[in-house]
Write a protein that binds this ligand. Structure first.
Ligand SMILES: *[C@@H]1O[C@H](CO)[C@@H](O)[C@H](O)[C@H]1NC(C)=O
Ligand SMILES: *[C@@H]1O[C@H](CO)[C@@H](O)[C@H](O)[C@H]1NC(C)=O
Ligand SMILES: *[C@@H]1O[C@H](CO)[C@@H](O)[C@H](O)[C@H]1NC(C)=O
Ligand SMILES: *[C@@H]1O[C@H](CO)[C@@H](O)[C@H](O)[C@H]1NC(C)=O
Length: 595
């Protein structure tokens, strides 16, 4: 290329780039007015990146409601835990209510600090003129007034507003909570799921229990959960029964120290979404023993009741929850409400609350702490209900040594038997749906695919039953026994160990170099290249493991070949006059390792 032409191209590109940049900057300014109101005339539709603003989002408010009360409560310092200090204050979730927006952040050291609400349109472009100065309260929550057309929000703190110290938190979307009336009558704030004890079964028992009590929605906070346990949360979300907040923090693990965070996140998530919210940990089960049902009881509450609290008892839990589902029989005996029945007496020592979130400003663990004016808290008589708390008696668990200090008398109690029956049925159904799983069978994959891809990529297993009756008529007992994990076709290196009389156990490299997708049922060339020379060839307990250079492909004189195994021939019979039919117990039993 001519150097002058190159220069021209560079110059022209530079010019175009600048022009685009200039235009972009101008657009940013225009954008502050770039909203199309739902129901308004269509003329602004010409703007390519305009935001359509639905009716519910055409709201702007001046201030935060209850801001005076917030100030007063903040001054008490209650909730200033100064917890999780050396952390970044991250945006966890944001909710838009009829009159305001609440943003939940992760670090707790921001308590009481000034914070600026930042508002963004549908294109994630900030509307600078909309900013509002708020204060963090309660805990790490920032409440902001509403702004028309806003879809994303963020927050900055005072010391971050200097030009050279800009911490820009990427804006997060608003979760819709601007309902006129809560859409759920009873929901559940599930306590934080932390610790490494398995949660899958406990979660299912928990959710199904509360569904039977009338709850229609569940709010989860997920700190560290393994993939297996996580499946059930995902499944309840699939059913539209749950939402979950996922924590991404700099902490390797987030434990019970974040309990208050969960409480407040859930409180704000449930506000205007659910009328009554049961605040219980994963090991706690509310038992209603009053007239009619819980829903009816809650409906009978006067409108100024912001919380009703229940007494609790403890149920001794002596074992860990199994890590995985294994069988239906085991499942029945593992269900906690069936397995454990040793209980302490019901007491007021620990209170657990069912609250109305929009009447309550702040919580402390399971109960409301600051209620709005005129709101009352009520205790529910023991005869109407209580909370069964399954407590580990295990030195390593949190307060796991509680039995050491217990000096009451344990009694055997259970849930009502009709309730238990329904619960067992529901739990079983959910467990089977989510956890009764198997591998894809290689037979289920079309042949052209199996031929083309390596078995490791296909990640399949042959259906074992095919090999169970794998017999060569002339042999007495040629079987594949205990073939639990027999995946002959996958193998590069195949070991057959522990067979009773016929062992391949010492052959290191049982290879089928010719075909990747060998099936034992139709193998063509089946080689054991590294076996040593036959010794003992006439004995009944022939050990092939000591042979080298034994190739089944060389089996020449096998008189009556089974049609399918055309080339299954015996060098033994050729070289040593040994007929396979003489081998009494020819077994390929329990595969050792496959790679
Ligand atoms: C607005 O646009 C829609 C479709 O784009 C059209 O059906 C409607 O009549 C328009 N309204 C006005 C007021 O022009
Ligand atoms: C769970 O934690 C305990 C105690 O920290 C530890 O001994 C155990 O190995 C852990 N179990 C798993 C499955 O990680
Ligand atoms: C409580 O559990 C024990 C042990 O599992 C069992 O033997 C007993 O029958 C149970 N009691 C009741 C009332 O179900
Ligand atoms: C246990 O017994 C001691 C004295 O025997 C008593 O002071 C204490 O209150 C009891 N604790 C409970 C939980 O009942």
């Amino acid at each position: 290329m001519h150097p002058n032409r190159q220069k021209t191209i560079v110059f022209v590109s530079f010019f175009i780039l600048n022009w685009l940049l200039f235009h972009q900057l101008r657009r940013v300014k225009i954008i502050e007015r770039n909203f199309i109101l739902q129901g308004a005339v269509n003329k602004s539709l010409k703007l390519s990146n305009a935001c359509i603003v639905p009716y519910w989002n055409q709201v702007t408010t001046d201030d935060v409601t209850h801001s005076d009360e917030f100030k007063k409560w903040r001054a008490t310092g209650f909730g200033d835990t100064n917890n999780l200090i050396d952390a970044e204050s991250r945006l966890l979730s944001a909710f838009v209510y009829p009159e305001e927006i609440s943003i939940i952040t992760t670090a707790l050291y921001t308590f009481g600090k000034p914070a600026t609400c930042r508002y963004y349109d549908c294109n994630r472009i900030e509307i600078h003129s909309a900013r509002f100065k708020s204060v963090v309260w309660p805990l790490s929550v920032i409440t902001c007034p509403r702004r028309l057309g806003i879809e994303y929000v963020s927050v900055s703190f005072e010391d971050e507003e200097e030009e050279d110290n800009q911490v820009i938190r990427e804006p997060i979307p608003l979760v819709f909570r601007a309902y006129e009336k809560p859409i759920h009558e009873i929901s559940v704030c599930v306590g934080p799921l932390y610790g490494n004890e398995s949660k899958w079964l406990e979660t299912i028992e928990y959710v199904e229990h509360y569904r039977l009590l009338g709850a229609t929605f569940f709010y989860f906070n997920l700190f560290n959960m393994n993939d297996y346990d996580r499946k059930i949360i995902d499944d309840y979300e699939r059913l539209g029964l749950a939402e979950s907040t996922k924590y991404v923090t700099e902490y390797l693990r987030v434990g019970w120290m974040s309990h208050l965070l969960q409480t407040h996140e859930c409180h704000h998530r449930s506000k205007f979404h659910s009328k009554w919210v049961i605040n219980m940990d994963i090991d706690e089960r509310l038992v209603y023993t009053g007239p009619f049902n819980l829903k009816h009881y809650l409906k009978s509450m006067p409108p100024n009741i912001g919380e009703i609290s229940f007494s609790t008892n403890r149920v001794l839990k002596t074992e860990k929850i199994p890590e995985k589902y294994t069988s239906e029989a085991k499942l029945l005996s593992d269900m906690m409400f069936i397995k454990y029945n040793k209980t302490t007496e019901i007491s007021w020592y620990n209170l657990k609350g069912v609250i109305r979130p929009e009447l309550v400003a702040s919580l402390f663990f399971h109960w409301s702490f600051f209620q709005f004016e005129g709101v009352k808290v009520m205790s529910v008589p023991k005869r109407f209900g209580h909370v069964r708390h399954y407590r580990n008696v295990d030195g390593s668990a949190l307060n796991g040594n509680w039995m050491d200090f217990y000096n009451g008398t344990l009694r055997e109690t259970r849930l009502a038997s009709s309730f238990e029956k329904k619960l067992a049925k529901a739990v079983r159904k959910r467990v089977k749906y989510v956890y009764d799983q198997r591998m894809i069978r290689c037979e289920e994959i079309p042949n052209w695919v199996t031929v083309r891809y390596r078995r490791e990529l296909l990640d399949c297993k042959f259906k074992i039953s095919k090999f169970l009756e794998f017999k060569i008529p002339e042999l007495q007992n040629f079987r594949v026994s205990i073939p639990k994990n027999l995946r002959i076709s996958e193998l590069q290196i195949f070991r057959i160990s522990e067979s009773q009389t016929f062992r391949f156990s010492k052959s290191q490299n049982f290879r089928n170099p010719e075909t990747r997708n060998l099936r034992i049922s139709d193998f063509q060339i089946f080689q054991i290249p590294e076996l040593q020379k036959p010794r003992n060839s006439e004995s009944q307990n022939l050990r092939i493991s000591k042979f080298q250079n034994l190739g089944f492909s060389d089996f020449q004189n096998y008189k009556n070949p089974i049609p399918k195994y055309q080339k299954f021939k015996s060098p033994i019979s050729r070289n040593h006059n040994l007929r396979i039919s003489e081998i009494q117990n020819f077994r390929i039993s329990r595969r050792g390792q496959s790679f």
